[in-house]
Write a protein that binds this ligand. Structure first.
Ligand code: 6R9
Length: 670
């Protein structure tokens, strides 16, 4: 990694105006610190002592892990041979049994596990008993298809209860699921299927998004038909009927869920699996073009997921109604929708569609209808709601909300204050949770009944976790100074590797600081020791809380026949945190794309190649890119130009005149 701290990172502080042009933040009180109220403190799950109790972190995590149901209790806690950790490794358990069977056995079969709402307005209340019944039948279907422990299953689904059932059925039989976000293209899906060698794909005909059916099975069909010279590893495709859109059918390969699952036996014994048995692979963008398959295993992952969910959200499973708005295609949807709430026997809300369908009051109607008490969402969603204006949420009774969570990117203080005042009624504590696909579960967050909140800070490592902010050579930096965030000892839900790529695991996370985990984020600690995240220090962008790789988008652009060279940077954006901005040099003498059409064509090309989330906000066609004398593109300069900032030191740029040219083009493009 070169120049880890050279990239300027800043917390975006957008001035957001509502529909009437009123600057939302001007109606808000000044940011100050917020101590927990007496009332909250009186009922909270954990107190300040928990930090001291976690001083012996191995004993602490062992105690947390014992809240799970073990078939064979562990005697070993941590086996740390950097960079490989094993937790509770001689224990045996079953993730699905922990999420479902044990609650039903304890008499909670009639408790609602999922209050589901489809985008068109259809609803279902799925109890723990019903979910277990479906999962057992599905487990039998999977086994009938020859899926065994250790086999990989790709899941490409909308936000419906069957998706959670599919993940849990895989976990039950020890198959490793790889959920691929429904918005990804056929090519992205195929790359993930190939990398994992998936034998089965579970999908739906389509799901509802923005008032229309968004097709999924057609993407699976296209993915499997790509590269006819190189057939995929997939033997079967299991299809849930949801969108009722027209789809093609491959006899012998494709199966309808509704023709298989209800007719399978409802009897299924969950096998005991080793604590380190692989649970899932989740692909995430890295600094190179190829996404990496982050691998998580069972015991440690569940222990930290369940613990953080109970303490960070102060969960009361008997009375709370919890809602995590993340899609199951991302890590937040894995840990805090599919696993932790179920392991903790919580009742949760799951919503299929977008927040603006049929209008922007959708989320607030859901909060009101189900009496949501804990809401976990992303700053980008809060900023979108803020832009629409406070009158929309204020038209609803949100008084049930008692804890608000934020995840995915730094939350700017204006959005924090708006979230607290307008959504939380000035009462509900906000927990700003920092973590990653790789960390598996929350690593830093306030505890709502303990911590005095500072808007914009993720504050403290959760009990049992240790983080530090260091300079390039690994020395702790003084309070107030920016540095690199590291985890200086292992934690239970840490990634166990990059699927099929040990070298990449070592290079990405451990080559910088040896036995300390390098997170790829910049951060600083303030005088009180509270943590402030400053954004990525590598070539990973964060758009609406989703990680995108500059290299992956660049390779999609240069794969277009008209493009000679491309450079992609993240520019600050008031709505999405960062926005993708691309600079392209077109091939000479190419007539296939008219110059004025090139930006639209290339934006659509990226969306088709990777997925709509990667579509650049702007594509600037430029005659040349700023480069070093040795020919390396200097993205730092482009990032500064895209954000209207000072370009800084230009001594390494071989032809500084291109800077003014590009600046002129950006201005002309508007
Ligand atoms: C859970 C998740 C991880 C990256 C991470 C960081 C950013 C996440 C944050 C945050 C500031 C927070 N990030 N939470 N930055 N404050 N509370 O988002 O995982 O998709 O892997 O993204 O997101 O940059 O490195 P993932």
């Amino acid at each position: 990694m070169t120049e880890p701290t050279a990239r300027t990172v800043q917390i975006t502080r957008p001035a957001i105006t509502d529909q009437h042009g009123v600057i939302e933040s001007h109606h808000l009180p000044e940011a100050h610190e917020y101590a927990p109220t007496q009332a909250f403190r009186a009922q909270t799950n954990v107190h300040g002592e928990i930090y001291a109790q976690a001083a012996d972190f191995e004993a602490f995590w062992a105690e947390q892990a014992r809240t799970l149901a073990w078939r064979r209790p562990f005697t070993r806690v941590l086996d740390w041979r950097p960079p490989h950790a094993e937790w509770f490794s001689d224990g045996e358990l079953n993730a699905c049994e922990n999420a479902l069977d044990r609650h039903v056995a304890a008499g909670l079969g009639d408790r609602v596990a999922i209050h589901w709402e489809g985008e068109p307005g259809d609803t279902r209340a799925v109890t723990y008993g019903e979910l277990l019944d479906t999962v057992k039948r599905l487990a039998n279907v999977l086994e009938g298809l020859g899926i065994r422990a250790g086999d990989r299953v790709a899941i490409h689904m909308p936000m419906i209860p069957e998706t959670v059932a599919a993940m849990l059925a895989c976990a039950r039989i020890g198959a490793v699921h790889s959920v691929v976000f429904g918005g990804f293209s056929a090519e992205s899906l195929r790359a993930r299927i190939d990398d994992a060698g998936a034998r089965l794909v579970i999908t739906a005909d389509g799901g509802f998004r923005k008032g229309r059916v968004s097709p999924l099975k057609p993407t699976v069909d296209r993915a499997l038909a790509l590269h006819p010279d190189r057939p995929s590893s997939v033997e079967h495709v299991l299809v849930v009927r949801r969108g009722r859109n027209e789809i093609d059918w491959v006899e012998g390969r494709d199966l309808w869920w509704h023709e298989e699952v209800p007719f399978a036996s409802p009897m299924h014994e969950a096998p005991a699996l080793p604590a380190e048995h692989p649970l899932f692979i989740l692909y995430t963008s890295g600094t190179t073009g190829r996404p990496k398959g982050v691998l998580h295993t069972t015991g440690g992952y569940l222990a930290q997921a369940a613990f953080t969910h109970r303490t960070v959200f102060d969960l009361k499973p008997d009375t709370d109604v919890y809602w995590c708005t993340a899609d199951v295609g991302w890590i937040t949807g894995h840990t805090y929708l599919a696993y932790a709430p179920l392991v903790n026997a919580a009742t949760q809300v799951m919503y299929e569609g977008t927040p603006d369908t049929p209008d922007w009051s959708r989320w607030w109607r859901i909060v009101e209808r189900y009496g949501v008490t804990i809401l976990y969402t992303a700053p980008t969603a809060i900023r979108a709601a803020m832009k629409v204006g406070r009158q929309v949420p204020q038209g609803h009774d949100l008084s049930s909300l008692r804890v608000l969570g934020s995840v995915g990117e730094p939350i700017n203080p204006e959005a924090w204050l708006w979230y607290r005042e307008i959504i939380g009624g000035g009462r509900a504590p906000i927990v700003d949770t920092w973590w990653q696909t790789e960390t598996g579960a929350i690593m830093a967050s306030p505890l709502p009944g303990v911590t005095t909140l500072k808007p914009g800070s993720a504050q403290r490592p959760v009990p049992g976790v240790s983080l530090a902010v260091v300079d390039d050579s690994g020395r702790p930096v003084p309070a107030g100074e920016g540095g690199l965030l590291v985890a200086d000892r292992p934690w239970p839900s840490m990634l166990r590797g990059v699927w099929d790529d040990e070298q990449r695991y070592r290079d990405t996370y451990w080559s910088v600081f040896g036995d300390r985990y390098f997170a790829g984020d910049g951060a600083r600690l303030d005088e009180d020791g509270d943590l402030w995240l400053l954004g990525r220090v590598d070539d990973v962008m964060n758009v609406s809380g989703h990680r995108l790789s500059t290299a992956e988008i660049e390779s999609a652009l240069v794969a277009h026949h008209a493009v000679a060279e491309a450079a992609v940077v993240g520019a600050p954006d008031p709505d999405t945190g960062q926005a993708v901005v691309a600079f392209v040099v077109l091939k000479r003498n190419q007539h296939l794309v008219e110059l004025q059409d090139a930006p639209a064509e290339l934006r659509a090309h990226v969306a088709a190649t990777i997925g709509a989330i990667a579509r650049p906000k702007a594509v600037h066609v430029v005659p040349d890119l700023p480069k070093t004398r040795s020919g390396k593109i200097i993205r730092r300069v482009l990032a500064a130009l895209a954000s209207g900032a000072e370009v800084g030191d230009l001594t390494t740029v071989s032809d500084p005149s291109v800077i003014d040219t590009i600046r002129g083009i950006i201005a002309a493009d508007g």
